[in-house]
Design a protein. Sequence first.
Length: 187
Amino acid sequence: MSFTGINDTFAFLALVANAATLAMVLGWLISRRNEASRLGWMQFRSRFSTPAFGFAWIVAMVCMLGSLFLQFGEHLTPCDFCWFQRIAMYPQAFILGFAFFLRDRTYIKWYALPLAILGSVISIIHINLTSIQNALHITSFPGCSLLVPCSVQPITVWGFITIPYMALSGFLVIITYVLFSREEETE
């Protein structure tokens, strides 16, 4: 498969992550309308809670392996913001995996959510970096390397999906699935 085909696959997975996040949020909002929909949501949530944590772990693994492929397979040097996003994503692949196999859905939220929220904020800044630079009337963002500028996007798929957009999609689906999963029932 060519690099273009692989990048298209990554972009498609980002859109699938967006759709999954949107479906979960809409499902939760609809469940707030009346008691019958709330009951249906709770039944769905109790059945899907364990797989949701597994899906969050798989998303983190795909994001981690995808970024490694972009660096070592396509030979793209990560910018500083990409490194910060990696710092927030890579631990997710391990801690969500441990949590899934140990069935720890109680305390893992304290570790996974702050990392995913921080990564989301960094991704949003990275996506909007050019606009921020224009608004602040600066030519380069403080802390960004001049050798690998953060405002340059080496990959743009379908006109709007960039590497930071893909990272944001991964972070948002992780946040959604971690919040969605129910804590284990204690007897």
